[in-house]
Write a protein that binds this ligand. Structure first.
Ligand code: IPD
Length: 298
């Protein structure tokens, strides 16, 4: 029920804020020690703080909600891979934007989602560097609280001005950590099509206003939800990158979709979460939304 979700939200927001303290402390320490490990390649990075934050969050969640399951980026990497069931399941990226965290680029967050019946129902994204807190519960709306300011309902503009054309869009992209030639060429082609090639651009004869690559999938979702970016797509994400963001964006009126094979019906289910390809778009009128979907789904 909404009451239950609100109570879980209060607990997870407090937990995300204390995780944020550890993230800030860790970012400063890592920048002096340089203690960074590589996972699958030299740009897939992890630190002791990714593990420590996940350990903190996992233990507090299992103490408070012993019956809920847990999927986390670092536990998954360490081999703990619970099957997705209908049971309530927390889905957590302890530090989304690890590269930013390591560099001190202040755009990194904890992303904490709750899945029920294989669909995201609650999301908390907290960027402690800029004190940005995005939250949502299914049916309860999405909000952004910045610093001491009271939470504002998303999208921030009320009502948001529909984008006249996708050619005027600001688009979020990411290079991700798969830098194989094939992947980089594929992504590069898409980026060129969106931003630099008017003959095949999102709208024929025109380019999108610009592309942004900020380094955190979860915060990209937050940005589209607030209306600061018009769409964001990526190939290569995991459920913990997008689970919280998906419900925040949906509650803010955005469309979230999986790969080309997944139906375009805003149903973020297990398939979409694990699909490794996704997009989120601010609704901007049906035909433009379709063009945007089409542009990234090719
Ligand atoms: C990554 C970031 C990055 C995105 C990758 C994610 P991590 O998460 O969100 O922006 O391009 O796909 O895996 O590794 O920083 O938690």
């Amino acid at each position: 029920t909404q009451d239950e979700l609100q109570s879980i939200l209060a607990f997870t927001v407090a937990l995300a804020r204390s995780a944020g303290e550890l993230i800030l402390e860790g970012s400063a320490k890592i920048r002096s020690s340089g203690a960074v490990d590589e996972k699958k390649n030299s740009v897939d990075l992890v630190t002791e703080y990714d593990v420590a934050v996940e350990r903190l969050v996992k233990s507090k969640l299992s103490e408070k909600y012993p019956d809920f399951k847990f999927i986390g980026e670092e536990s998954f990497a360490a081999g703990s891979r619970p099957e997705m069931t209908d049971e309530p399941t927390f889905c957590v990226d302890p530090i989304d934007g690890t590269t930013n965290f390591i560099h001190g680029f202040p755009h990194s967050c904890i992303s904490l989602g709750l899945i029920s019946f294989k669909r995201p129902v609650l999301g908390v994204i907290y960027n402690p560097f800029l004190e940005q807190l995005y939250t949502a519960t299914k049916g309860g709306g999405a909000f952004l609280a910045q610093g001491m300011r009271a939470p504002a309902r998303l999208p921030l503009a009320d009502p948001p001005r529909p984008l006249p054309s996708l050619s005027q869009a600001l688009i979020g992209i990411e290079w991700g950590s798969d830098r194989s030639l094939e992947m980089v060429e594929k992504k590069g082609e898409s980026f060129k099509r969106l931003a630099g090639d008017p003959s095949t651009g999102v709208v024929k004869g025109k380019m999108a206003h610009s592309l942004r690559s900020l380094g955190s999938a979860a915060l990209n979702y937050g940005l589209v939800a607030q209306g600061g970016m018009d769409f964001y797509w990526e190939i290569g994400t995991w459920p913990w990158d997008i689970c919280a963001g998906a419900i925040i964006a949906q509650e803010a009126g955005c469309l979230v979709a999986g790969s080309r094979d997944a139906p375009l019906d805003n149903d973020v289910n297990e398939g979409v979460l694990w699909g490794r390809k996704h997009m989120v778009i601010r609704k901007i009128g049906d035909s433009e939304t379709e063009k945007g979907v089409d542009a990234q789904r090719r």
